[in-house]
Design a protein around this ligand. Structure first.
Ligand SMILES: [Zn+2]
Ligand SMILES: [Zn+2]
Length: 365
């Protein structure tokens, strides 16, 4: 390394001033930085070279030594120049080393979620529910600083308030959060007695939550500022109440509509009937028209779910199924057989006549 021409490496004259040197190095370093050229051995070599040249020429003592002897060696030479340090000072967060690790700014509290299970009837009517939550609340004694009122935090001696310490790793210097102050840059020697220096305390709260009529499974209600408390004057987070609507034993909900099966007898569908059907919160009368078919849907308008966004209520929809009796009394059997006989005669009669008609048309007889 003794023979290296640092001026040539950077492509500057021997009379170069500090500002120009810095500008040139900055441009070269940007181009050849390993972060910019992952896996490129040549770029890394070049980067080391230019960094070494800059480390020497930017230091007046080392530059003078280099100018006189053509080398810089021994203690105070190239040993622990710490390119990373130079680099960080030059770029201030341009690359990855930007987070200086200090966390002394106000921090917003975390959001919380509460899962609330309600019934379909409650979803339809809307309810006021009480929920019990555990959360960290900002200490009112120290306003979330953890510092006993009237005292000040002490600058950390390990990192001198920087919040980070540096290790040499190869030719780069790597910054890590300071282990003594855990990146805070300061040490709290007078912890707030009320919160033991934590800035927050666990509290149990009971909150009233208004659940609007028409909520659906999976809806989330936001209660502003009811989440965890902030630190150092930061605002609290929000509380989200996630709604889970329990499955109803009769109705299946689809959007604003409620569906259920309606088992009827053959006679009811053939003759027509008025039946009592379940609706949310009670029963209602439903007219079954004569000749209703299995699978047909009968609707009670406005007996479904209310909606969050408009005033229109959904419908209650009943899908007809036919129940076939498995046991018959003698009288029922007698009547059904008679009914069957008549139906058969009617059918064969009509079929026979249409058959004769078609033959006549075909053969013109
Ligand atoms: Zn406190
Ligand atoms: Zn420290």
């Amino acid at each position: 390394m003794a023979s290296k021409d640092y001026y040539a490496v950077l492509g500057v004259s021997r009379e170069v001033d500090d500002a120009e040197l810095k500008r040139v190095y900055r441009n070269l370093a940007r181009t050849h930085h390993p972060d910019r050229n992952p896996g490129d051995q040549k770029a890394e070599e070049r980067f080391k070279e230019i960094s070494e040249a800059y480390a020497v020429l930017s230091d007046p003592d080392k530059r003078a030594q280099y100018d006189r002897f053509g080398t810089v060696a021994g203690p105070g030479g190239m040993g622990d120049v710490g390119f990373g340090t130079i680099f960080e000072d030059l770029f201030e967060g341009f690359f990855s080393g930007g987070d200086r690790g200090r966390r002394t700014r106000a921090r917003r509290g975390d959001d919380l979620q509460y899962d609330l299970e309600i019934t379909l009837d409650e979803a339809a009517a809307g309810i006021e529910s009480k929920i019990q939550i555990q959360r960290l609340e900002t200490c009112d004694e120290c306003q979330g600083s953890g510092q006993e009122p009237g005292t000040k935090p002490e600058t950390c001696g390990t990192c001198r308030g920087q919040g980070q310490v540096r290790f040499s790793q190869g030719f780069l210097t790597v910054a890590r959060p300071c282990p003594t102050c855990r990146g805070q840059g300061s040490i709290n020697r007078h912890r707030c007695k009320k919160c033991d220096g934590q800035g927050r305390q666990a509290k149990e709260r009971v909150l009233k939550v208004g659940i609007p009529a028409g909520v659906e499974d999976g809806n989330r209600l936001r209660l502003s500022h009811e989440g965890e408390g902030g630190l150092l004057g930061g605002p609290p987070g929000d509380l989200y109440v996630a709604i889970h609507v329990r499955q109803h034993e009769i109705f299946v909900r689809q959007g604003p509509h409620l569906y259920c099966e309606l088992p009827l007898s053959f006679a009811q569908t053939a003759l027509g009937d008025t039946v009592e059907v379940p609706v949310l919160g009670g029963t209602a009368q439903l007219t079954v028209p004569a000749g209703t078919q299995p699978g047909q849907r009968l609707t009670l308008r406005g007996k479904g779910m209310p909606q969050l966004r408009n005033r229109a209520r959904g419908d209650a929809i009943y899908e007809v199924t036919i129940e076939v009796p498995t046991r018959l009394t003698a009288r029922q059997r007698e009547l059904l057989e008679e009914f069957h006989q008549i139906s058969k005669e009617q059918e064969t009669g009509s079929k026979a006549s249409s058959f004769v008609e078609r033959m006549r048309k075909l053969f013109g007889t």
